[in-house]
Design a protein around this ligand. Structure first.
Ligand SMILES: Cc1cc2nc3c(=O)[nH]c(=O)nc-3n(C[C@H](O)[C@H](O)[C@H](O)COP(=O)(O)OP(=O)(O)OC[C@H]3O[C@@H](n4cnc5c(N)ncnc54)[C@H](O)[C@@H]3O)c2cc1C
Length: 360
């Protein structure tokens, strides 16, 4: 009989991110299906607040590795902490399946930990069930084929794709954390994280936690009905919308290729924004595609977006019609000017959601 350990790391403020709550909910569901219990393992500078946030999840035990050295995402300390928790939980026979959110921090470390303890690891898992044993699902070939996997080898480390699971959302309580000791040697801490270099939150347009994915297509840079292009206005409208809505920005290949071909179109758009077969397949709850016709962005790029809407001048745009839940046949310049004006009138944040819900 398999038993479940869920490994979570805290954020810099000691809280748990949404991906951690998704892993927690999945561990709970799997343990229920296996008619067993599950253990929560926590790593961070301090872990009590995170344990309290998960107190009502039904976990049988909370194990924690805490200390300033474990607040930083560093391979040596993270791997040592994960291994120590695995061994502490495993000593009670409670860790044949180790579930963790597929954050960059855990993706970097847990396959190595699996090797250290003689196990196997699978990444990008999007579903877990128990049908005569633990079964995992994941996608291959750019999300075109879904595989169903079972493994005989244990321990099995399973990294869940963030955004693929419902997040557990119980009340905060009071958890008793069993401390797990990891001696902090000079060897473990010889790599020092001196800082993070990242664009400021304002410049950052890729926001995996956003409610909405806004996809911009090449139509924004095409000649419009007045016989001219309006690329500067397009850039302004899109950036204004992103600032007000906090949406994440995706782009079609045609659009992102233009910026690297020296056309200097939308300067904030790079290949990192590309969605589609040769781009990303994000998992936001809502999507709005504008000026976008391509097959790949519509069929592959946002196949995991739950509610999809598109704005296109062309009423017979086959991909918008076929793949969007709602197609607005309209000029995206006019639509987004109006949406931005509504967002400005009503303030920002949740108003975007209202505007979307009202079909505006
Ligand atoms: C092997 C391969 C892999 C590929 N991978 C990807 C991929 O990963 N991602 C990807 O995106 N593409 C990919 N492509 C390219 C893809 O096939 C399309 O060529 C591309 O997506 C088209 O981009 P687009 O829809 O932005 O531009 P277009 O096809 O030029 O469409 C522009 C649209 O904008 C509309 N429009 C213009 N002005 C307005 C306005 N004012 N208001 C509203 N609508 C307006 C037009 O009606 C038109 O429908 C791939 C192609 C190949 C061959």
């Amino acid at each position: 009989m398999d038993s479940v350990l869920v490994l979570l790391h805290t954020e810099s403020d000691g809280s748990l991110a949404r991906a951690a709550f998704e892993a927690l909910g999945t561990a709970r569901k799997l343990a229920d299906a296996l008619k067993g219990t599950f253990t929560v393992g926590l790593v961070g500078a301090a872990v009590q607040a995170a344990a309290d946030a998960a107190a009502a999840s039904g976990a049988a035990r909370f194990l924690g590795v805490a200390g300033p050295e474990f607040g930083q995402p560093r391979y040596a300390t993270d791997a040592a902490a994960a291994e120590a928790i695995y061994r502490a939980a495993g000593a009670a026979g409670a860790a044949s399946c180790v579930i963790a959110p597929g954050t960059s921090r855990w993706c970097r470390v847990l396959p190595g930990v699996a090797a250290r303890v003689g196990g196997q690891a699978d990444t990008h898992v999007t579903g877990l069930s128990a049908e005569g044993g633990v079964i995992a699902t994941r996608w291959y070939y750019r999300q075109r084929m879904e595989a169903v996997l079972a493994r005989g080898q244990r321990p099995w480390f399973i990294l869940l794709d963030p955004g693929s699971q419902p997040a557990w959302g119980g009340a905060t309580g009071s958890a008793r954390v069993e401390p797990v000791d990891v001696p902090v040697t000079a060897e473990l801490t010889r790599t020092v994280v001196t800082g993070v270099q990242a664009p400021s939150a304002e410049e950052q347009t890729i926001r995996p936690d956003a409610d909405l994915l806004f996809v911009a297509g090449a139509g924004w840079t095409k000649t419009q009905t007045d016989g001219k292009t309006h690329t500067d206005q397009a850039a302004q409208l899109i950036l204004d919308f992103l600032r007000k809505s906090r949406a994440s920005l995706g782009g079609s290949k045609s659009l992102v290729d233009q910026s690297t071909e020296g056309h200097g179109v939308l300067p904030f758009m790079s290949h990192l924004n590309q969605v589609g077969q040769t781009g990303a397949t994000p998992r936001h709850p809502r999507g709005l595609a504008t000026c976008c016709h391509g097959e790949e962005p519509h069929t592959v790029g946002w196949r995991f977006i739950t509610e999809r809407r598109a704005v296109n001048l062309d009423p017979s745009c086959g991909w918008s019609r076929g793949k969007a839940d709602v197609l607005y046949v309209a000029d995206a310049f006019q639509v987004m000017s109006r949406v931005n004006a509504l967002l400005a009138e009503r303030g920002t944040g949740s108003t975007r959601q209202e505007a979307m819900q009202n079909g505006q």
